[in-house]
Design a protein around this ligand. Structure first.
Ligand code: PEP
Length: 253
């Protein structure tokens, strides 16, 4: 069975104290994950060590970085390397969130480099993809997302692609309160899996977790996660409220 993942993306929100309290509330909530389920928290860089200490005793809770450099090390002031993340036992890193693509000009080629450096440092990239509203209105979302996958992931070997988590996040649904319908989400997830199948074969495509992101909340998580090819969610706004995110974790298959 594929891994089912509820991933929180705190973005640039919460003070250290607020973040600590939120994580403490989540680890003490009545959540017991099954073997195939994980909760992943992408927190701001300065909170990583606190977050690891807070969740370390909780089964299948993991901490993620929201970004890392595509460079190995050296004179890159302000950057954080995958090697640094690995040295403090970070297991996951978001790669290519649409906000980084849009505000920091991250291209598919650059993201291929970030994927490589994460894998080289035993970090699972949560690779984000997804189309803007205009692309969907032009009905070009399938080819657009396929190109993102092709240019950032398809240089990977079969062993390597198995270490990737994909998050489909239609940009028009992020932080807007507008969710893709269950049909739209399932349709795109099935397309992504088909594209993976064409490239790597069915047994590999069936093992890769594909998360949905875009205004997931407690009230809609169960329905969205219920679709065949949706293996959980990447959650922004609703991950900042302990009761909301607890319910989202509990909605995993
Ligand atoms: C996100 O930041 O990846 C996201 C999906 O945000 P929201 O849940 O707020 O739409």
């Amino acid at each position: 069975m594929r891994k089912q993942i509820a991933a929180a993306n705190w973005k640039m929100n919460l003070t250290y104290q607020q973040g600590t309290t939120l994580l403490q509330d989540l680890v003490t909530a009545d959540i017991s994950l099954k073997e195939n389920q994980s909760a992943v928290f992408a927190v701001p860089f300065p909170y990583l060590e606190m977050a690891i200490d807070t969740v370390h005793h909780k089964y299948n809770f993991f901490i993620a970085a929201q970004n890392c450099s595509d460079k190995k090390s050296g004179a890159f002031t302000g950057e954080v390397s995958a090697e640094m993340l690995n040295s403090i036992d970070i297991n996951y890193c978001l790669v290519g969130h649409s906000e980084r693509r849009e505000y920091f000009n991250e291209s598919n080629a650059l993201l291929a480099g970030k994927v490589n450096i994460c894998l080289a440092n035993n970090i699972t990239p949560v690779f984000c993809c997804g189309e803007a509203l205009q692309t969907r209105e032009d009905n070009k979302q399938n080819t657009f997302v396929e190109q993102q996958l092709r240019e950032s992931l398809f240089h990977l070997s079969k062993d390597e692609i198995l270490k990737i988590v994909i998050a489909y996040e239609p940009i028009w649904a992020i932080g807007t309160g507008k969710t893709a319908s269950t049909e739209q989400a399932q349709e795109m997830h099935a397309h992504i899996r088909q594209v993976l199948k064409n490239q790597y074969g069915e047994s590999i495509a069936e093992q890769i977790s594909i998360l949905y992101g875009g205004s997931v909340k407690a009230a809609n998580a169960k329905e969205i996660f219920g679709s065949k090819d949706v293996d959980g969610g990447l959650v922004g706004g609703a991950s900042l409220v302990a009761t909301e995110f607890t319910a989202i974790i509990k909605a995993l298959k």
